[in-house]
Ligand binder design. Structure first.
Ligand code: HEM
Ligand code: HEM
Length: 178
């Protein structure tokens, strides 16, 4: 048993899978808003995701994460670190650009009809256009990252046969040598 590779804690795992499911749903609600009865659901879930990523970031910086198994080469560790960093930047930038777009258009954004986001910025056509473009580009970057991420997880599971995917799925206990 690799002492370093004991998997992610329960909170990190719960946040990972909850946010993964919600972000995929969020992507569809942006792309196929008609099927969701308009954009209100997209705004509400997007604001929820903004809150969730802040909680997750707080958890991540205060709790250690498992290292890759010692069999993983140095380049793979570097790529994994860059990948995690890119995910966090994207998870922040997606809702942020969406919120900025609404603000620059001078539109009110409601959270499930229960509360409205205050208007922090004055409407600005130029920046509304920029933030809309950025939001749409990031929507595509999301698909690219997700594909690379899933391919990497499957590679670890089926080719390297290390415990990396298992460490994100279940509680990995230290097993006695067989
Ligand atoms: C993780 C969070 C988010 C994801 C993954 C996401 C994803 C997407 C996607 C894929 C689209 C379709 C883009 C296209 O048509 O090419 C979209 C559109 C849009 N999103 Fe988001 N979004 C997120 C958060 C937000 C938030 C928080 C807001 C605003 C409060 C927002 C506002 C919008 C708006 C206004 C559009 C329509 C853009 C247009 O077609 O002009 N999004 N989003
Ligand atoms: C929107 C979807 C997803 C996002 C935003 C996401 C994000 C992340 C992030 C940020 C990490 C780093 C650990 C952390 O801070 O929690 C991570 C790790 C991981 N994710 Fe995902 N993930 C997504 C979907 C998936 C899917 C669908 C799979 C499986 C097929 C998966 C498998 C893993 C595994 C195995 C790890 C551990 C990798 C390591 O320790 O280096 N993720 N993910």
């Amino acid at each position: 048993m690799d002492a370093q590779n004991q998997g992610y804690g329960a909170v990190a795992r719960a946040l990972h899978w909850l946010m993964a499911a919600l972000m995929i749903l969020q992507w569809f609600s942006g792309e196929e808003s008609k099927a969701f009865g308009g954009m209100s659901f997209h705004f509400s879930l997007g604001l929820t995701l903004m809150l969730l990523v802040l909680i997750r970031l707080g958890w991540r910086v205060t709790h250690p994460v498992p290292a890759l198994p010692s069999s993983a080469p140095a380049w793979e560790r570097t790529v994994a670190r860059l990948m995690h960093l890119s995910w966090y930047l994207l998870m922040l930038a997606l809702p942020l650009s969406g919120i900025l777009y609404r603000q620059f258009r001078g539109k009110t954004t409601s959270w499930f009809g229960l509360a409205d986001l205050p208007a922090w910025l004055s409407p600005d056509k130029y920046w509304a256009h920029q933030s809309e473009d950025i939001h749409k580009i990031l929507g595509t970057v999301f698909l690219v990252l997700l594909t690379l991420h899933v391919v990497a997880a499957l590679k670890h599971h089926f080719i390297d046969r290390d415990g990396v995917l298992r460490g994100m799925l279940v509680r990995v206990a230290v097993r006695p040598a067989r």
